[in-house]
Design a protein around this ligand. Structure first.
Ligand code: G6P
Length: 608
């Protein structure tokens, strides 16, 4: 949560900082700010609201002088979104400025301590204590001071610090929150994520926990907390810059929906060689694999919904019990897991705080962790025992689409690969799964080509007050994602229900015209879901069905039906999720919602 940037070079810093911040708005967008050293003073400009407010206020940064500066886009944790609580934060006498991503857990004690010494605070944030502590301990050397201050801080942070007295230096630090250094020619950058600096450089250092970077125009030195220099390796980022641009689409979300065939192909194709699934990244021996008596899946949000699909898939194909946990719940329930449990952690960003901590808890208890992550080099990717990357490319829209789809694809690859090793999958099924998996991109393209049908259904239903998504088995797992997609971007109340469960209470909410989206792809339970659809129909519901094209009979019980190409049951969520994403998108668009930046949300949730 929150995005931070910094620039030091010979160009005017503010316009660069603002355009870098634009790429980080997915991390938070309730307020933004920049601070420049203009040669005499630290000049701060901050504004509540999305970055565009600050851009207007400063004529895209052109009104702000200085060739060194830091910037921030915020998702409020401590102190409501406001000009004063926006970062950067200045110390009392305005000699130091700080931007921060993370949480300082002991800020109240630190604030009390400094207040008792007469330090005046301006904001309600935890971050301001860092700026004030730097001033309090400063004896002429900023690096020494920052190191001293770090020893006082508890919590997580990525920090950028500049000072009034030294316009030739930015200090950057990382602990638990991500931070990279962009390396240019006579100019250098800091940023929470590579997308922010891709337009300027592809060479980066990735800071590790407790590393401190001293960034000057002509070079970067990284030291540890004893000021011992650390030899960092330059990483070359090969992301296509257009991947982080809208490329003519009105919204990132729509662009990312349309990119799904490619994202799935990029994720699957390199892992199928000569008709066999090859997951070189998994270091487990066959013996270890056979020794597991349980699979434990940990994730948050949509990644958790992938986990729920995975439960059905793994149990069916691998014949091992699977538990899926919300990462935020797992840690605190004294889970029963040990070295006989295989843990699978799913995360697009690789930095979700709850997921990361849950993973560590599983590791502490002896479990082997395989992570499924999109962001290369992120904390979960580097700290898990094995990582399988999804090759979705950067996902910018807060509501995930292509990351969800590629995570599902990896689940299928794992099921086929492990099923073969465990001997729980027949040779015939093995071939069939691979062939169907390879055909997914084409079939998704076919669904996307018919998007106008979904747009029409959205136009008929965008005024709904409540929507219910129902399904059975793997369709129920998918309904969780359909419902979340709709509510997070359109603000329509929606719920996902296992279709058989509706009659135990929730059916009392169905009235004349209530929209029910019934997922009816799971062939074995078609008769059952048809009965459930009839139950809501009888009570006045307006039903949109989602079914395979070989089951046209679903139309007999629905007002409208979205038909999907056929594939095997296990893979159907990959097809059925597409109309659900499009439906949510079109509804939100018709309601005039801010699709890429829904209210109150952030894409990367680095607080617990
Ligand atoms: C946020 C995002 C979701 C995502 C969830 C978990 O809520 O908006 O799209 O599913 O975080 O994030 P992760 O990066 O761990 O997948």
């Amino acid at each position: 949560m929150c995005g931070i940037v910094g620039y030091i070079g010979y160009e005017q810093a503010a316009p660069l900082l603002l355009s870098s911040l634009e790429k980080l708005e997915y991390r938070g967008y309730d307020s933004a700010g920049v601070c420049l050293n203009d040669g005499e003073n630290l000049v701060v400009k901050k504004a509540k609201g999305q970055l565009k407010v600050l851009k207007e206020l400063t004529n895209d940064g052109k009104t702000l002088k200085g060739t060194v500066g830091i910037g921030h886009t915020r998702w409020a944790t401590h102190g409501e979104p406001s000009d004063v609580n926006a970062h950067p934060h200045l110390s009392d006498s305005e000699r130091f400025a700080v931007v921060h991503n993370g949480i300082i857990e002991n800020y109240i004690q630190l604030k009390e301590h400094l207040s008792a010494k007469g330090v005046a605070f301006r904001s309600k944030t935890d971050t301001e204590v860092i700026a004030q502590l730097i001033e309090y301990y400063y004896k002429g050397n900023l690096v020494d001071t920052v190191i001293k201050v770090l020893s006082k801080l508890e919590g997580s942070y990525a920090l950028g610090v500049i000072s009034k007295d030294n316009p030739d230096e930015i200090i950057a630090v990382r602990k638990e929150s991500p931070l990279i250094i962009g390396l240019g020619e006579n100019e250098n950058y800091i940023a929470s994520d590579v997308t922010a600096i891709l337009a300027k450089t592809r060479k980066i250092y990735r800071l590790e926990n407790n590393e401190i970077a001293i960034i000057k125009r002509d070079g970067v030195k990284v030291v540890d907390t004893d000021k011992e220099e650390i030899a960092k390796e330059v990483e070359i980022v090969n992301w296509d810059i257009s991947a982080a641009e809208k490329g003519g689409y009105e919204h990132f979300m729509f662009k990312e929906i349309m990119e799904q065939p490619k994202a799935i192909r990029d994720t699957v194709a390199p892992r199928i060689k000569d008709g066999r699934v090859v997951l070189d990244e998994i270091k487990l021996t066959d013996e270890q694999l056979k020794g597991f008596n349980k699979i434990n899946i940990l994730a948050c949000g949509s990644a958790y919904h992938v986990g729920v699909v995975a439960k059905y898939v793994f149990e069916k194909v691998l014949r091992k019990p699977v538990e899926v946990d919300l990462a935020s719940e797992f840690r605190y329930r004294d889970p029963i897991i040990d070295d006989k449990t295989l843990t699978v952690v799913i995360s697009q960003s690789g930095e979700t705080a709850d997921t990361k901590e849950a993973m560590k808890e599983a590791q502490r208890r002896g479990s082997h962790v395989i992570s499924i992550v999109n962001v290369v080099g992120s904390a979960i990717a580097t700290e898990s025992d094995d990582v399988i990357y999804t090759w979705a490319g950067p996902e910018i829209a807060v509501a995930t689409t292509k990351a969800y789809s590629t995570q599902l694809a990896v689940i299928y690859l794992m099921a086929i690969y492990f099923g073969d090793k465990l001997g729980t999958i027949s040779g015939e099924d093995y071939q069939m799964y691979i062939s169907e998996l390879e055909q997914l991109p084409e079939k998704i393209t076919k669904i996307l080509e018919n998007k106008e049908n979904i747009q029409y259904l959205a136009s008929q239903n965008f005024n709904s007050r409540d929507v219910f998504f129902i399904g059975r088995n793997i369709d129920y797992a998918l309904s969780l994602e359909g419902s979340l997609k709709l509510k997070e971007i359109s603000y329509i109340h929606s719920e996902a229900y296992a279709a058989g469960e509706l009659k135990h209470g929730t059916i009392s909410l169905i009235e004349q015209g209530t929209l029910v989206i019934a997922l009816a792809t799971h062939e074995a339970l078609l008769g059952k879901i048809i009965s459930n659809i009839e139950e809501v129909q009888t009570r006045g519901a307006n039903v949109i069905g989602v079914a395979c094209e070989n089951h046209p009979e679903i139309s007999n019980v629905t007002q409208s039906t979205i038909f999907l190409p056929q594939t095997c049951d296990m893979l159907l969520p990959s097809l059925a999720v597409i109309p659900l994403q499009l439906f949510a998108y079109y509804v939100a668009s018709l309601k005039g919602c801010d699709i890429d930046k829904p209210r109150n949300l952030a894409k990367s949730v680095t607080v617990e």
